[in-house]
Write a protein that binds this ligand. Structure first.
Ligand code: DGJ
Length: 746
């Protein structure tokens, strides 16, 4: 039993963690504990209460107990205007204009299995794999109710959280802020790990002490954004990869979000995750409900790597869906960096033909195949093939490509609309803009109003036709701008605050429909690279193009950052041409392959222009990737050395049973008299013996390395874990090595 109820104490036990809440004598739901696994006894008894002064005491309790204040009590889900002056989970305006929500515990329920959320992505599980706890809170005066949902996947150390807000009162309530998760810590000295970035340079990690005051990250861009990712960790000050207390929080939401942390006057910490409150105002009429997006939560006392591992497993196995979840994804070639907009049908067929000869499995036709789309100024919205450019119909083109022995995939950007498009001329009211104002352009395009049902239905039909006509088995769903001028012609003036969330709900509806009508199609998400790289999108698109930056060295840090919260199987990675189009850097083909193998692995260059030797190497890369595919996709991932320190990035994929591992090493540059880089190998069996071998890509790679490890020797798992081995040195800038470690039975 993962959920244990003892009178007024609710305890959730997972394999290695415990979570506890308690209803106090005044019917307030307190947060009692979340952390290392412990017993079911009342942890709130260990808390200390005192009269803090200037902290409000609820009526009439304040007459006889000045130590009781919501301002200093750890609560499970706070209201507003009740004497708690910290950041609050829910703020609402009542019909009389007052802004107060005072929650009281009102009951609970337990269900078998994991709850689902109507219209929103959520973790799913078999009935016997999960349990759900629902706790009801109520504001007695207004009738507003909050149903706190806890999905417990005991074996995976995962607890999911969401809230359903219901108005049981007679009058409207205006929600102004509604977080999905609140977590209060009574004590602890934490650091916040978050991920910031920009287009072409996503997922930079930052680790900052939680200081007095409020720290926050978020997005008001309509998309989860390149700038901040909706995944964070809270770690004890001295926590490292394999030691220390760490918490992970992944908001399954692809729109505007806010993650806030406050350290208060008495050093208590509060975390909130949910929809951003800036552009949010939701009118809840009597009897109406609003479901909030889900947060996936995990804890480990054994360091950051374990939190990552739990996040990887839950997203890979219980968020990603469909036939591609377990199946090996096709190794693709995308024509974007090979041609950009300048191609003809014959050019594409030629790339596909060359690619098929090397063993590539899927050809993806990127932007520029439709309407009058010769550059990024026109045509978005006109999903009608440009037959003049292609030299034939879409159906004929895809057949010609498929007949080369390679599958066909296609790029779309359904949420974009160009002013210069037939769709815009026919339906200017479908574009997101404020009446009588000129809208903000970005990439010279506007946004289609996905909050509208007619737009959603039109896109479902249009994209279905594209898929059917092209026999595509892969769709790249791109979105190349952030949203502003937030306004929908379909919403009344007082409902415009609902636009941003309704847009995301509309997007999810379209994706849900298309992915269920075309279950055999692999959808890859993309937001100009990682503009919408979040667990919400991964529910529909099991992989997402990680960044428009394809430089192998820059990708090291982008992929390093992404690995903290997201599985390797979700990271779209390609080998592109050199000099690299974003940075001009020249890296060896083997280094680009090593980097791309820390993701979905594909190509994005003009194969026809490569030398015979390079083509041979590509054939070999494909064979190597297939050989290690299961290890990469389903193995446990460890960050061994960071791209942000030293001159070498090292990472590992370990077989969950400890039978084998693959170590990847990429040097940032060659150094004179360099300091040896030591790789400690995790996830092996201490008492088993292992042999190390160097994975060769081409004949130029030396048989014997200048110095470093002697391959072929047999070493124990415990020695590899405790002492590690020195990785081969670099003799050139940007050199990469892969070292395969296999159990050797006596
Ligand atoms: C942005 C994507 O990230 C690129 O890969 C490419 O598809 C372009 N859009 C096409 O416009």
């Amino acid at each position: 039993m993962a959920i244990i109820i003892n009178k007024d104490i609710f305890t959730i036990q997972t394999k290695n963690s415990t979570y506890q809440m308690k209803v106090d004598k005044y019917d307030v739901l307190l947060h009692a504990y979340y952390g290392e696994k412990t017993d079911n006894s009342d942890k709130s008894l260990l808390y200390y209460q005192a009269d803090r002064g200037f902290s409000g005491n609820p009526y009439p309790i304040g007459k006889y107990d000045r130590a009781y204040s919501l301002d200093s009590l750890p609560q499970e889900y706070s209201g507003f205007g009740t004497g708690d002056y910290r950041i609050t989970a829910l703020r609402a305006q009542n019909m009389d204009g007052s802004q107060v929500v005072a929650w009281k515990y009102a009951g609970y329920g337990i269900e078998k299995g994991k709850y689902a959320i109507p219209g929103l992505p959520a973790v799913y599980a078999e009935k016997e794999e999960a349990q759900t706890l629902i706790i009801q809170l109520k504001d007695i005066d207004t009738g507003l109710e909050a149903f706190l949902y806890y999905g417990v996947l005991e074996e995976l150390d995962i607890i999911t959280r969401t809230v359903k807000i219901t108005n049981q009162g007679k009058s409207d309530v205006i929600l102004q802020k509604a977080a999905s998760l609140q977590l209060d810590w009574e004590y602890g000295d934490f650091e916040l790990l978050s991920f910031y970035g920009r287009h072409n340079m996503e997922m930079n990690i930052q680790r900052q002490a939680i200081h007095h005051g409020i720290q926050s990250i978020g997005s008001v861009r309509g998309i989860s954004s390149h700038q901040y990712n909706p995944f964070v960790m809270l770690c004890e000050k001295d926590a490292k990869e394999t030691m220390g207390s760490c918490y992970g929080f992944s908001l399954m939401y692809s729109g505007e979000f806010l993650i806030e942390v406050e350290k208060d006057q008495i050093d208590r910490t509060r975390l909130l995750c949910g929809i951003h409150s800036d552009n949010f105002q939701w009118i809840l009429q009597s009897k109406e409900s609003l479901w909030l997006p889900e947060v996936i939560m995990t804890y480990s006392q054994n360091g950051i790597a374990n939190v990552s591992k739990n996040m990887h497993t839950i997203i890979r196995e219980h968020v990603c869906r469909g036939i591609w979840k377990k199946k090996r994804r096709p190794i693709l070639i995308n024509n974007w960096e090979a041609t950009y907009f300048k191609f003809t049908g014959d050019v594409l067929i030629n790339i596909a033909k060359e690619a098929a000869k090397l063993g590539l499995e899927l050809f993806v036709m990127d932007d520029g195949w439709f309407g009058k789309r010769e550059d990024d100024n026109t045509g978005l919205g006109d999903w009608i093939p440009n037959e003049k450019k292609l030299g034939c119909t879409l159906k004929e083109l895809s057949q010609k490509i498929i007949s080369q022995g390679i599958a066909f995939g296609i790029w779309i950007e359904p949420e974009g609309i160009s002013e210069d498009s037939d769709l815009y001329r026919a339906h200017p009211e479908w574009a997101v803009k404020i009446p009588n104002r000129k809208p903000c352009l970005s990439r010279n395009q506007l946004v289609l109003d996905f909050s509208r049902k007619d737009v959603q239905d039109y896109m479902i039909e249009t994209i279905s036709n594209v898929i059917k006509e092209s026999s595509a088995t892969y769709i790249k769903w791109d979105f190349n701008r952030a949203i502003c001028d937030k306004f929908s012609n379909c919403l009344a003036a007082d409902k415009q605050g609902e636009f941003s969330h309704r847009y995301v709900l509309g997007l999810y509806r379209v994706l849900e429909k298309l992915t269920s009508v075309f279950p055999e199609v692999l959808f890859e998400g993309c937001g100009g690279g990682g503009g919408r790289f979040d667990a919400g999108m991964m529910y529909y698109t099991p992989q997402i193009w990680g960044s428009d930056n394809t430089d192998a060295i820059e990708r090291l840090s982008i992929q390093y950052g992404a690995s903290f919260g997201y599985p390797i199987s979700a990271m779209g990675t390609h080998i592109s041409a050199v000099p690299n189009h974003q940075t001009g850097r020249i890296t060896p083909l083997s280094t680009r392959a090593c980097m791309a193998m820390a993701g979905t692995f594909g190509y994005e260059l003009d194969i026809a222009t490569l030398t015979a030797e390079q083509k041979q190497e590509i054939k070999k890369q494909i064979a190597i990737f297939k050989k290690y595919y299961s290890l990469i996709q389903f193995g446990d991932y460890y960050r061994i050395s960071s791209p942000l320190e030293g001159n070498c990035t090292v990472w590992e994929f370990a077989d969950p049973e400890g039978k084998e591992a693959l170590i990847s090493v990429v040097y940032h540059h060659v150094q004179a008299n360099s300091i040896p880089v030591r790789a400690k190998v995790y996830g092996l069996k201490d008492n088993a013996m292992y042999q190390l071998s160097l994975q060769k890509y081409n004949e130029k790679q030396p048989e014997k390395l200048p110095y470093g490890f002697h391959f072929g020797e047999v070493i124990s798992g415990i020695a590899l874990r405790q002492i590690g081995f020195v990785v081969p040195n670099a003799v050139d800038d940007f050199q990469a090595w892969q070292i395969y470690i296999k159990e050797k039975r006596p």
